[in-house]
Design a protein around this ligand. Structure first.
Ligand code: AMP
Ligand code: AMP
Length: 358
């Protein structure tokens, strides 16, 4: 479907009877709870084994169970979604489970579809962030050029699975084979490996919201990830670490809230503004709604960004209810899922739904 056809669909929707829908995983509780708080109908698409979560927390008015996530692209399901005036909220599972098929969704998506494609293309991301004046880790084009500590990454939102650290071409090659043997990565992943300078510092992931309706960029929360095995290595004494030859990996298990030293906020806020400003140029109207910069803060308080997500991140789940930054801005119960619903509500009242969906 062309962008024009999607606009025609949203223009015909019954604005008094909108449904907010998403895939049941990642940040669906956050999104659906927020939608319910703003009195939208809520709909969750998930596999049978995930249904318990949405039943138990009672956030979905309706659950569509599918065998495979790609089944949601069937003509009948898409038609059903459109009949229910559904706006789908994309999150990490859309890329993980649908891949490029995300673009075959013939239902209005909240956000800018064009930028969703940038999520999976590291080169495009790099260009965007660089042009926005963001500090980035160096990219190492060839393993033979490894001179310092690097991190090896693999495509897609795999949640850090199989990532490893290396110091030389030799250790890089050895670890690549080890990861393959352990079943963390495939031959195809190896062909698409991405090697980055490893930045020593602590991670923080500020979560922003770009409002088209209110014409502002907000910062609603911050988190860091809780990753296995890297966050458990400190529990093993150094001597035993050497004995068992443990290699840190980055499989994400959860998220932990973070607040930043206050003097870091001007830079964090400016980074969000700059990324939005640049996004307007590369894919008008630029970022719509939530986005997140994945950063490392060094001992000199330099902030390096190694990735951007131009959609809601699961780290915003730490703010369900409220977070310090959301409280500072809104006083009351506010969080990313609810902020999305609020934007949809305000856009609907002002006849701007076609500006925030694609
Ligand atoms: P899942 O449905 O849990 O398998 O997650 C779908 C995708 O989102 C995967 O690529 C995960 O790595 C990613 N993901 C899920 N939860 C989180 C989280 N809490 N933090 C970061 N990424 C996540
Ligand atoms: P990602 O899947 O790209 O979000 O990365 C997973 C994890 O790898 C992050 O949470 C960080 O702990 C770590 N990481 C990624 N890139 C870098 C980097 N360039 N320097 C240091 N740590 C990194």
């Amino acid at each position: 479907m062309t962008p024009k056809e999607i606009k025609e669909i949203i223009n015909k929707y019954d604005k008094q009877n909108l449904t907010i829908g998403t895939i049941g995983s990642h940040s669906a509780l956050n999104i659906l709870k927020g939608a319910k708080e703003h009195d939208f109908n809520t709909l969750c698409i998930c596999q049978e084994d995930r249904k318990i979560t949405y039943d138990r927390f009672d956030v979905a008015d309706e659950i569509i169970v599918v065998d495979e996530y790609s089944d949601m692209l069937s003509k009948t399901t898409q038609q059903e979604l459109r009949q229910k005036n559904t706006i789908l909220i994309p999150h990490g599972s859309f890329n993980a489970y649908l891949g490029d098929k995300v673009f075959d969704i013939n239902v209005p998506l909240f956000g800018n579809r064009e930028l969703l494609a940038w999520e999976t293309d590291r080169e495009k991301q790099h260009k965007w962030l660089k042009q926005a004046g963001i500090k980035l880790p160096k990219v190492i084009e060839n393993p033979s050029k490894i001179e310092n500590t690097v991190i090896a990454k693999f495509p897609g939102a795999k949640g850090g699975k199989g990532y490893f650290i290396a110091n030389s071409e030799q250790s890089f090659k050895r670890k690549l084979q080890e990861m393959k043997q352990k079943g963390h990565i495939t031959e195809e992943d190896i062909e698409n490996v991405h090697i980055q300078e490893y930045i020593i510092g602590v991670n923080a992931y500020p979560q922003y919201f770009r409002s088209i309706v209110r014409n502002e960029v907000e910062m609603l929360g911050m988190d860091r990830r809780y990753e296995s095995t890297v966050d458990s290595i400190g529990k093993i004494p150094a001597k035993e670490q050497l004995e068992i030859e443990v290699d840190p990996t980055y499989t994400v298990v959860g998220n932990i809230p973070v607040t930043a030293r206050e003097s870091l906020l001007p830079e964090i806020l400016r980074m969000g503004d700059n990324v939005v400003e640049k996004s307007n140029e590369i894919a008008t109207p630029g970022i719509v709604g939530p986005f997140c910069l994945e950063t490392v803060f060094t001992e000199n308080l330099d902030i390096y960004t190694f990735e951007i997500s131009a959609r809601i991140v699961a780290g915003s789940n730490v703010g369900i209810g409220t977070s310090p930054y959301a409280y500072l801005k809104y006083n009351e119960n506010m969080y990313m899922g609810k902020r999305i619903a609020q934007e949809i509500k305000e856009a609907s009242q002002k006849n701007l739904l076609n500006k925030i969906t694609s």
